[in-house]
Design a protein around this ligand. Structure first.
Ligand code: URA
Length: 206
């Protein structure tokens, strides 16, 4: 399994805004939106293309289009903001939803919702969630997507940690991970340190 950290000054600058406990809601949303675009763009670098002919106003030339459809699958709730950002780049991408909450005692994900667009077998499936913490939610989401028939999968997050990356690596070695940063580790409540706190609470102001 490959784990890609997007190495770019703009990514580091926007991630610093996201991490800052004093960042107001509007700026937090803006930074998550922009980071989703920057990390998501890198995650789509190896999409299969097919040639097309294009008529410019002056002549014909060789062009290209993405061969297979792209499906966006946010893990609720914090993944929604990332999916909305990527839908700007991919306005015809269907969006499916996976609902999971974390049992605060066991830290295990509890699945409560799954709604996927038809045709997932032939799509490039991009699962999004800002935080790859224990990895339990990501592994469960990818399990559910594979059971539904998904074959080409990518996991796009913003902040990860060695525990989450390791858990994904052993459960789904075929699924590449894209991140803006890998942090030190998890605290006793399963939060990434230094991280940015609860991504859903910060994005929704709850
Ligand atoms: N989920 C979050 O929102 N933040 C963390 O640090 C870990 C899981």
């Amino acid at each position: 399994m490959s784990c890609h950290i997007v190495d770019h000054p703009l990514v580091r600058a926007k991630l610093s805004v996201l991490r800052d406990a004093g960042t107001p809601l509007k700026e937090f949303r803006g930074a998550l939106h922009e980071l989703s675009l920057l990390v998501g763009y890198e995650a789509l670098r190896d999409l299969e293309e097919e040639p097309v002919r294009v008529e410019t106003p002056l002549s014909r030339c060789a062009g290209s289009r993405v061969r297979d459809p792209i499906f966006l699958i946010p893990i609720l709730r914090a993944g929604l903001g990332m999916a909305e950002a990527l839908a700007e780049l991919l306005p015809d991408a269907p969006i499916g939803h996976i609902g999971m909450f974390r049992d605060e005692i066991t830290l295990e994900p509890q699945a409560y919702y799954l709604r996927l667009p038809p045709g997932i077998e032939g799509a490039n499936v991009v699962c999004v969630d800002p935080m790859l913490a224990t990895g339990n939610s990501a592994v469960s989401a990818i399990d559910q997507l594979k059971r539904a028939g998904a074959r080409s999968l990518r996991l796009v997050c913003i902040v990860g940690c060695p525990e989450g990356v390791g858990r994904m690596r052993s459960a789904h070695p075929d699924v590449p991970i894209y991140l803006a940063a890998i942090d030190e580790g998890l605290n006793e409540r399963g939060y990434i340190v230094p991280g940015l706190g609860d991504a859903g609470d910060r994005y929704y102001g709850t």
